[in-house]
Write a protein that binds this ligand. Structure first.
Ligand SMILES: Nc1ncnc2c1ncn2[C@@H]1O[C@H](COP(=O)(O)OP(=O)(O)O)[C@@H](O)[C@H]1O
Ligand SMILES: [Mg+2]
Length: 294
């Protein structure tokens, strides 16, 4: 699914004032201002910006929880608000920050199956879909299906919540700060899952993050929000090696890029720590060989 924002502005408290747009936008400070952006199918896109910069507001607009005060949002060329096609937003899966707070059912199975209750599936088809979603998030164990979601670990709870969204097979998955409060193994498992959904299902993955290392490693595009506008949009390795951009956001250069810069290599494709280590080893070998020969 292609998402387009055309000149989108948003101000809280401006509802019901579309007919008096000018008045509304001048009296309420806009959180998002004149945003023009296209998100293509299958992107791995990170959204960054300071706290309070409007990241959550932006993602909620994409899911249709909020509608633009000005401008328009198009999903595959259709404005779901004006075309009265809110069901188009069903193609967008949304994972709130701390999604584990949304778990509510008596068992993990029932929690994940909740979104399918009106899908008109036979019990067998429903069970198959829930099990497939559980397998996808790595909760593939008969014991998990009947356990209370409240007894799971933090990482497992988050995976159960994600399963409840991907069971609906969305085209786009939006996650608001999905790694907040997760330990390293849980973060790694989460990104393995997101990459798999992206690779195998062509799912667009858009997530909000404060972790520059994480963005560098996992995103193929970074958009950075400041004062209601996306002031940077491009490849993370390129953007995050720009001293001016780093200064504008008060960000520290990610260690992987700093090491690469010290090694004298320009910004290239994002590299894992392993790749960087290999590069250092190669450089070391190049330099030490003449010494060994002499
Ligand atoms: N429901 C709301 N009503 C009024 N103002 C809000 C609401 N939610 C967020 N805001 C304000 O909008 C701005 C952007 O908030 P938010 O989108 O949550 O930022 P971020 O996710 O980047 O931290 C902040 O100034 C915040 O106080
Ligand atoms: Mg937020």
């Amino acid at each position: 699914m292609r998402i387009e924002l055309k000149n989108v502005s948003f101000a809280y408290g401006a509802y019901g004032k579309r007919r008096r747009k000018k008045e509304a936008s001048s009296s309420v400070p806009a959180v998002l201002r004149e945003i023009g952006l296209t998100i293509g199918k299958g992107e791995m896109l990170a959204v960054a910006g300071k706290s309070g910069s409007g990241k959550s507001t932006f993602t909620q607009l994409l899911k249709g929880f909020l509608s633009p005060t000005e401008g328009e949002l198009l999903l595959d060329g259709v404005n779901p608000h004006t075309a009265k096609r809110p069901e188009l937003f069903d193609r967008v899966g949304y994972i709130f920050q701390y999604p584990e707070h949304q778990l509510f059912a008596a068992t993990v199975f029932e929690d994940i199956a909740f979104g399918l209750q009106h899908a008109g599936l036979t019990p067998e088809a429903k069970e198959a879909q829930v099990r497939a979603a559980m397998t996808a998030v790595g909760l593939d164990d008969d014991a998990f299906a009947s356990r209370s979601p409240f007894e799971l670990s933090g990482g497992e709870k988050r995976r159960a919540a994600i399963a409840g969204v991907i069971v609906l097979e969305p085209d786009v998955l939006i996650l608001d700060e999905p790694t907040a409060g997760l330990d390293l193994p849980s973060r790694q498992a989460l990104f393995e899952l997101l990459h798999r959904l992206n690779r195998e299902n062509g799912m667009t993955i858009l997530w909000v993050s404060h972790q520059l290392d994480e963005i560098l490693e996992h995103a193929s595009r970074l958009i950075a929000l400041k004062d209601g506008r996306f002031v940077a949009d491009g490849h993370p390795a390129r953007l995050l090696s720009d001293p001016q951009l780093l200064a504008a956001f008060g960000w520290e250069e990610p260690p992987a890029l700093a090491i690469r810069r010290m090694l004298g290599d320009g910004p290239v494709l994002p590299e894992s720590v392993e790749e960087t280590a290999q590069r250092i080893a190669r450089r070391y070998a190049e330099r030490s060989n003449p010494v060994l020969l002499s």
